[in-house]
Write a protein of this length. Structure first.
Lengths: 415, 415
């Protein structure tokens, strides 16, 4: 195959994570060093920046400053939730993208995100093929939710899982401090898949895990739940519950909606907006047991607490970004870089593997039912074997005046 | 002065912190090495364990395991909120304490906590003097709230402040990721004093601090608040607010109680939904600006997130525990070990200083009004000069399987 010469562009999309900038760095550093890549750009706010011709020139950045992206949370170039329609529905977007591709001689397109971002990659690639513009399109996965199909796991998940597990261990210590009883309900992200909530169980490797864990993979029954909490509370005079924001009853109604007269507010995609579930459950528990309760939402910090990232996740996120560039230069297109891992006798090994964009874009991976106990209130050993390697290593945080030193990019617009 | 020979006992009281066990270690290690101290004990659940004769024998513990207390959050021996009445009101408690003192030949009493714990120290000391039982009583301060009088600051505060500042910086990164607007309200602990909330401003040393900060030291006015948020939101299309849980209006009503005034927020039981303060403010902001809002409570993790402790705080907490033992052995009693610090030209120096228990027990230190801006919505440089030295240094966390390795004590009861 003939070498394809031209510029590369990178973009971030969807919700941020603690390590999405590590993937960005892997991609950008590799591209900057490659002789076939003439220029390296980054989109401001993902595809929206492409449509608005707001594109940063990465060759203007200081290399040492770029390196700090390894420990800088959230999407440093800005993200978006813009969903490309099909080109026969909204041809203007595609014409505009082609125009920008031509303007900057873009031949390499790297997009870092979740399901929707892989869909964006796929649509752009198909359009470019249709109009005969030669380019290579690669997806780099990112989602703390860990729900992308194909890949063993997703960059971003390990760090969120680590933050959750460490925080649960700390909450355990706090909860056990008085001899007066308390029920604590901790609400964890993950609308449809319970990967993040299951990570609470990792605190159990040194016996500091929650007593009960509820994932959206199993229909939630309020009466059973209250029975289960009461049983533990009567025995231990203490109970810690980890619960996914997305749990539903058998009729498909979100439990978070039980507590409110207000109609569920909807987000831009028409999804019901979560929140307040922990408080709702705490009220039910208080009514039933009379116990003192506390509701905790781990909230945004699950996806941005870079100070508690997993070093393994940082390294793998970088590797995914680097591999995307290497593969594209080798002539590969229309793929997402995922991971294939082995965990034999506790020896974890992770390699990159390429997946078809189309496969990834339209599937959602859930926690296998057999990794959840029969009662649906606890997590079994196979999950721990799966997830524990992903949270290894505390990163060494670059400091300035006792605070983490984040990357400060110049962000100079390309001409 | 003649050496006083006998056993030493240590106890923890009040709310936990990330470094209370570091003070415990400073106290216990120093006592174990001292030739005048014949035995070293720890009370289970503070003074309650004393009353119930549930006392751990520290000589049975492994030294290396004890060392891990430097990074183990929350009160490892258990805490209590038991308030001793005066001895003429409740003489039984005092008689019981004297009995235990005699049983174990306790001559050194160390108690680690906040205002109430210093009051407990003071009462026990006075009683022992009255009945002619020779012993030395020392208080070791602990409170994330930083509201103890006399001392420059309190062990526990630096770590909570660091967690808050680091988290605020991470939330800043997350909030700025989309180009769609958002108002985030972060609720921070501290019912009467704003030290913890003020720490949010430390994120500003690298420009990632909140836009608005409200402390309980200044009466809160809802209309001014909404004006201030709206102004920033219109300018930046984004706004981050840090607010103390204890803010009140000029009539002394907690703003957190405003939520129950709002109609249409009843839960499934027909109770007004109290929610948190952050949620209440977020609803007001949404009503006024129409902005997307998010309410975040940093909750318990402020006082137990040992993975993000300040190394300075860990070291100083240890120093306070050690000094308490040294001073008592020297013949000092009825004092609390506090800190005296200098911050000349950015050179921070912290020494221990002894304070009268009686002085500490009945006062409450607030953030000086002149460290808050005139509008009452921001923090000024003198606070940063004061607090920044206290959050220096990320600790190196002992790990086991990628999770923090906490101290596992044998906790063998004394006979």
């Amino acid at each position: 195959m003939l070498a394809l010469k031209g510029a590369a562009i990178f973009g971030q999309s969807g919700g941020p994570s603690s390590v999405i900038n590590s993937s960005a760095l892997g991609c950008i550093e590799t591209a900057l060093k490659n002789e076939n890549i003439t220029k390296v750009y980054a989109m401001e706010h993902g595809i929206v920046g492409m449509l608005n011709d707001r594109i940063y020139d990465m060759t203007q950045e200081d290399a040492a400053e770029l390196r700090l992206m390894l420990h800088t949370p959230s999407s440093i170039f800005g993200s978006c939730r813009y969903k490309l329609k099909d080109d026969d529905v909204e041809p203007d977007d595609y014409r505009r993208i082609l125009e920008i591709f031509k303007k900057y001689d873009i031949r390499y397109f790297f997009y870092n995100g979740g399901n929707d971002s892989m869909d964006t990659c796929n649509k752009i690639s198909k359009y470019m093929q249709k109009v005969g513009y030669e380019c290579r399109v690669m997806g780099i996965p990112k989602t703390i939710d860990n729900d992308l199909a194909g890949t063993d796991h997703c960059p971003g998940y390990g760090s969120a899982a680590k933050y959750i597990a460490v925080s649960m261990g700390e909450i355990y210590h706090d909860a056990n401090v008085y001899n007066s009883g308390m029920v604590i309900v901790v609400e964890i992200m993950g609308r449809n898949a319970g990967w993040l909530t299951a990570a609470a169980s990792l605190a159990d490797i040194n016996s500091h895990g929650p007593d009960l864990i509820y994932l959206p993979e199993v229909p939630f029954d309020m009466q059973s739940f209250l029975d289960e909490v009461e049983l533990i509370y009567e025995r231990k005079h203490n109970c810690i519950v980890a619960v996914s924001e997305g749990i539903m009853d058998k009729d498909g109604k979100y439990i978070s909606e039980y507590g409110s007269d207000m109609a569920a507010t909807k987000d831009a995609f028409g999804h019901a907006q979560m929140g307040g579930l922990a408080a709702t459950l705490a009220r039910y528990i208080k009514n039933r047991t009379g116990a003192k309760t506390r509701a905790i939402e781990l909230s945004l910090l699950q996806r941005c607490a870079a100070h508690c990232a997993s070093q393994t996740d940082i390294d793998e996120a970088y590797m995914a970004g680097r591999r995307a560039v290497e593969a594209a230069v080798e002539g590969i297109t229309d793929k997402m870089v995922g991971f294939e891992c082995s965990r034999i006798d506790g020896n974890y090994k992770c390699d990159t593997k390429l997946f078809d964009l189309k496969v990834v874009a339209n599937a959602e991976k859930k926690v296998p039912r057999e990794w959840i106990n029969e009662e649906g209130n606890g997590i079994l050993a196979p999950f721990v074997d799966y997830a524990l390697p992903l949270i290894q290593g505390f990163p060494e945080i670059p400091e300035e005046k006792g605070m983490p030193r984040y990357a400060k990019l110049k962000k100079i617009y390309a001409k």
